[in-house]
Design a protein around this ligand. Structure first.
Ligand code: G6P
Length: 372
């Protein structure tokens, strides 16, 4: 009903707007402004976490994209090798697992059959399983050794938005916690990032306040057939998620690519007027990647594509090559997906609406898929 949607036209718009609160709630009681972190719920003994030799993340759909981003954070802050795998592929390929493997199962609903079967397989092989889940008491957390709940609140729209942002938050917390427990060389950085996380909900709010031009742009593209998304580093899974949202909601052909792969194939798709969304890494920190991304934007623009550039505030190098520029607040490199995903959600939702689609209940999709 209209009342349940709190005045929004759809649950999806409501849930997009709730993201600052969802992020803040997922951090609440776990971090403080001084840079310390406590995750009492992770009831896997510190000794076990210290001895883990590998992290394997299993998930489906949007949760899989959260897992892809988590890999960058986990490997950077903990130096533990981390694999990410689609839950539906995992158990069928005889994966290498033992008691020193930490499996992380990410699921909004906690009921996705593919993810559940993957975690059962992992436990049979002796691995420890930690669930990252948004639904209290659901099957996946019940069958795991421990659970780190996301506090997004109920998500009704089929296409995941606020649950995704909170999955990212939970994965960052897990990565930082593992780093803290294992005492890596990144102690100072870990404390600094925790302080940055304490402010990140405000950054998400600022992005939401600047979305009107993105909505206008989306409406103007309603007649297109294809949109490409490019990203690098953590921006690559963000590009995949932007493309998934557009497929789910707008029923358009949308593909996400790692920008470095452009020259190995996808550039053949680039033609006049093709909208290409580019998620630009921060010019600080990973400056080499930033320069390469600017070259990619030049290359696609030289072929007549319409460049839609998502870039950090203060990044002036992209300005000459952006047909449309979407600014996001500067964050530490690894945290950028928390702000750069939001314009892509708004873009897909508005484009779908402009095409006359029902955004909360996209055709052929279910919120929770309880069959394999
Ligand atoms: C379905 C939904 C997706 C979701 C995926 C995983 O396919 O339509 O939006 O990302 O399941 O769901 P989960 O509840 O496991 O996160």
């Amino acid at each position: 009903s209209a009342a349940e949607k709190g005045g929004y036209a759809s649950f999806m718009l409501k849930e997009i707007a709730e993201q600052p609160k969802a992020v803040a709630d997922t951090l609440l009681g776990r971090i403080d402004a001084e840079g310390s972190l406590t995750l009492d719920e992770v009831r896997i003994p510190a000794a076990v976490l210290r001895e883990a030799t590998k992290v394997v993340i299993v998930a489906c759909g949007t949760a899989f994209h959260a897992g892809l981003i988590a890999k960058y954070a986990i490997e950077h802050w903990t130096r533990i090798p981390c694999e990410v795998e689609l839950a539906s592929e995992f158990r069928y390929r005889d994966p290498i697992l033992d008691q020193r493997t930490l499996v992380v199962a990410i699921s909004q609903s906690g009921e996705t059959m593919d993810t559940l079967m993957a975690l059962r397989h992992a436990r049979e092989q002796g691995a420890r399983v930690l669930a990252v889940c948004n639904t209290n008491g659901s099957t996946i957390p019940r069958e795991s050794d421990a659970v780190l709940y996301t506090h997004a609140g109920p998500e009704v729209a089929v296409a995941s938005t606020k649950a995704f942002l909170t999955q990212l938050v939970a994965c960052y917390l897990l990565a930082l916690y593992l780093g803290q427990v294992r005492g890596t060389q990144w102690g100072d950085e870990i404390r600094a990032v925790i302080r940055d996380l304490a402010r990140i909900a405000e950054d998400v709010e600022r992005v939401l306040e600047t979305m009107e031009p993105v909505r206008e742009l989306a409406r103007s593209l309603a007649g297109h057939d294809t949109v490409l998304f490019l990203g690098r580093h953590v921006g690559y899974p963000v590009a995949l998620e932007g493309a998934l949202k557009l497929k789910e909601l707008a029923y358009m052909h949308a593909e996400g690519f790692a920008a470095g792969e452009l020259k190995h194939g996808p550039i053949a798709l680039v033609e006049k007027d093709l909208p290409v969304v580019v998620v630009v890494p921060s010019p600080r920190g990973r400056s080499v990647l930033h320069g390469k991304m600017v070259s990619n934007i030049q290359e696609i623009r030289a072929r007549g594509a319409r460049t839609i550039v998502i870039a950090e505030e203060g990044d002036e190098a992209v300005v000459p090559y952006a047909d449309h520029l979407v600014r996001v607040p500067a964050t530490p490199t690894l945290l950028q997906p928390l702000v750069s995903t939001v314009p892509l959600q708004v873009f897909a939702c508005e484009l779908a609406t402009a095409r006359g689609n029902e955004v909360d209940q996209p055709r052929n999709l279910a919120k929770s898929v309880t069959v394999e």
